[in-house]
Design a protein around this ligand. Structure first.
Ligand SMILES: C[S@@+](CC[C@H](N)C(=O)[O-])C[C@H]1O[C@@H](n2cnc3c(N)ncnc32)[C@H](O)[C@@H]1O
Length: 355
């Protein structure tokens, strides 16, 4: 690689401002790691009384924490909306903080679990290998950083119970807030049996059952490791129509008239996504439907930055991708399905082509 030592831009008096714009992006790693740290330490819970607190008092309550470092981290986070930093006192940076709208959310289980997973060691250390993904085009998140040379992310989490737990709780934390939006787009009135493929802890199918009293059965379908972990969850109040089935959607799935998949197809490349649809094609009842809940890229430019970075994340983690309408249309056709509708920016309805 050629070394670029030529300055192509004049060093005018605003040069440093343009440079800071870029250098601030490199600080993203500090922001991510510090957000994860304060979430893990439950700092926001100490501000739940909505009163101002000094970092010295907070550090004491946390134990094993240096107050000066905590001050710097909380002050940094307050610049991006997490925690409120009180005004300086007598020309010295205040050591007083209170809750902000964003830090208040860290006390919410869904948000907390989502951050513990997305900012956790597995994902964070795996970022080191993005250069490897760039070189090979093969998802490298778990190859080296995870230490044992796993061939993919799934092998890594299925072999590491702590990471698997973080992943499952993180997915519930990320998906639960979307359920009102997903269910608002979905009409289950013509179905009797719905299977949620790759349903993880089962929150989606339970919500579908809750809102659709006419359904006879709702099945949460996932791999052995996840269904085994679900046995630790409190199911005492679960709907009697709910059940769980172990399996792989590359092999066979229970017979049903509706298959839901939230954040499943986006985990797989064209060949594997086709394979999942073909498996469904063998079991789907006549007039059955496939409801896919994945972001449809380009359909809506809201949160566009978030969506495109999520695409990088999916690619580096599992060779998954965010797809555009055309890619879903091609995918459906490749597996003998057709698109019935794209609903808003987050749902694709497919049905099997009957010859
Ligand atoms: C990204 S998570 C999505 C979880 C959930 N649907 C949601 O929206 O939060 C992907 C899920 O697919 C499951 N999965 C991966 N490979 C699978 C396979 N071959 N058969 C069935 N489930 C699988 C994982 O265990 C995980 O629960």
């Amino acid at each position: 690689m050629m070394e670029n030592t030529n300055n192509q831009q004049p060093i005018d008096k605003d040069y440093y401002k343009r440079q800071i714009g870029l250098i601030e992006i490199t600080q993203g790693a500090y922001k991510a790691r510090c957000l994860h740290l304060v979430t893990k330490l439950n700092v926001a819970s100490l501000l739940a009384d909505e009163k101002p607190h000094s970092v010295d008092e907070l550090a004491k309550q946390l134990g094993g924490v240096d107050a000066t470092t905590l001050h710097k981290i909380m002050r940094g986070l307050s610049t991006i909306g997490v925690f409120k930093h009180h005004d300086q006192e007598e020309g010295v940076s205040s050591r007083i903080f209170s809750q902000s709208d964003l830090s208040r959310m860290l006390n919410d289980k869904f948000t907390r679990d989502a951050i513990l997973f997305k900012g956790g060691d597995g994902v964070y250390n795996g970022l080191n290998d993005i250069g490897e993904t760039l070189k090979t085009g093969k998802a490298s998140v778990a190859l080296h950083s995870a230490g044992k040379g796993y061939s993919n992310f799934w092998e890594y989490i299925w072999d590491n119970p702590t990471e698997l737990g973080l992943f499952e709780r993180g997915m519930t934390g990320l998906t639960s807030p979307l359920l009102p939006y997903f269910l608002d787009m979905s009409d289950f009135s013509k179905f009797k049996v719905v299977v949620d493929l790759g349903g993880s802890q089962g929150v989606m199918i339970q919500e579908i059952l809750k809102q659709n009293k006419h359904l006879e059965k709702g099945i949460n379908f996932d791999v052995q490791e996840t269904i085994d972990n679900n046995k630790k969850l409190d199911r005492s109040k679960v709907d009697p129509r709910f059940s769980e089935v172990v399996g792989s959607f590359f092999e066979s799935v229970p017979v049903a008239d509706c298959y839901t998949m939230s954040k499943i197809i986006h985990d797989w490349d064209a060949k594997e996504a086709k394979g999942i649809l073909e498996t469904i094609g063998k079991s789907i009842k006549p007039n059955g439907k496939v409801f896919i809940y994945d972001l449809i890229l380009e359909k809506d430019r809201d949160y566009y930055s978030y969506r495109t970075w999520k695409d990088v994340d999916l690619w580096h983690s599992v060779n998954g991708r965010q797809r555009c309408e055309k890619e879903y249309t091609d995918l459906a056709a490749s597996a003998g399905f057709k698109i019935d509708a794209f609903v808003k920016d987050y749902m694709v309805i497919m049905s099997k082509i009957v010859n």
